[in-house]
Design a protein around this ligand. Structure first.
Ligand SMILES: *Cc1c(COP(=O)(O)O)cnc(C)c1O
Length: 224
C-alpha cells in the first residue's frame, strides 16, 4: 500500500528530529524505540506506517485497539498499550498488547499475574489529577509487587509530562526514579517518555521509548 506523501514527510521529519536529538545527547539511535500512537485512527493508517517501516504502535483505548490489532493480524507488529487501564479490562488488553506502559496500581498487577507482558510503571509527576500514574512515594512497593510475579517483565518507568511546565525537569526526575527502581529490579532500565511536543527533551534525559502521535499521524479524528 502506498503511503500518503504528507504522512511519509511527517515521519521523515520526526525521524530526523530524533536522530538530531540523539546525536546532541551523544546517544546511540538503537537505544531509542519510537512507538507511533495511532489511537482514533483507522487500521489503514497502521498499514501505511508499516509500509514505511514502523513496527511499534501505541493505542490508548481497549475498545478501539483490540479490533484494530485483530484486523492487522497478518502484520508482525509490536502493540503498546499507553492509555489508562481499567482493572477489569487488563487481561483482555494483555491478550493483544505486548507491552503495557500504564501500570499504576496493585490491583492491575494482580489482574495481570498470569501475563507475560512487558510492563512500565506509570508515575504521576504532574499536577493534573486524573491522568493516571502512581505517586513517587508509592513507586517502590508497586515495583516490588511486579518483581514478585514470575512471568511479568518490569521494563522500566513511564510518565506524561504536565503541560503547564517545562518538560525537561520532569524527565530528569523519572530518570532518577528509574535508578532507584533498579536497586530492586536491575533489568528495569527503560524509560517511556516524550511525545510529539517534547521528545527532544526526553531523549536528552535518556528516554528509551518515545510515544509519538500527532507529529507523525497528523491530527487525530475526533474522539468517538
Ligand atoms: C496520545 C498519547 C500520546 C501521543 O501524544 P501526541 O501528543 O499526539 O504525540 C503519548 N502518550 C500517551 C499516554 C497518549 O495517550
Amino acid at each position: 500500500m502506498a503511503a500518503a506523501p504528507d504522512l511519509e514527510g511527517r515521519l521523515e521529519s520526526v525521524r530526523a528530529g530524533i536522530s538530531d536529538a540523539a546525536r546532541a545527547a551523544g546517544r546511540n539511535l538503537d537505544s531509542i524505540t519510537t512507538v507511533v500512537v495511532t489511537k482514533f485512527h483507522p487500521a489503514a493508517l497502521v498499514r501505511e506506517l508499516h509500509a514505511l517501516g514502523v513496527r511499534d504502535f501505541g493505542e490508548s483505548r481497549n475498545q478501539d485497539a483490540e479490533p484494530k490489532a485483530a484486523e492487522l493480524g497478518d502484520l508482525e507488529l509490536t502493540w503498546h498499550f499507553v492509555g489508562q487501564l481499567q482493572t477489569n479490562k487488563a487481561r483482555r488488553v494483555a491478550r493483544f498488547a505486548h507491552i503495557i506502559h500504564s501500570i499504576d496500581r496493585e490491583p492491575l498487577v494482580d489482574a495481570l499475574r498470569e501475563s507475560d507482558a512487558g510492563v512500565f510503571l506509570q508515575v504521576d509527576l504532574g499536577d493534573e489529577p486524573g491522568r493516571g500514574g502512581v505517586a513517587p512515594s508509592d513507586l517502590l512497593p508497586l515495583a516490588e509487587r511486579v518483581v514478585g510475579m514470575p512471568s511479568m517483565r518490569l521494563l522500566g518507568l513511564m510518565t506524561v509530562a504536565p503541560r503547564s511546565v517545562e518538560p525537561r525537569p520532569t524527565f530528569a526526575r523519572l530518570r532518577e526514579l528509574g535508578e532507584s527502581v533498579r536497586a530492586i529490579a536491575p533489568d528495569a532500565v527503560s524509560l517511556s517518555m516524550g511525545m510529539s511536543g517534547d521528545y527532544a527533551d526526553a531523549i536528552a534525559e535518556g528516554a528509551t521509548h518515545l510515544r509519538i502521535g500527532t507529529a507523525i499521524t497528523g491530527n487525530r479524528p475526533t474522539a468517538g
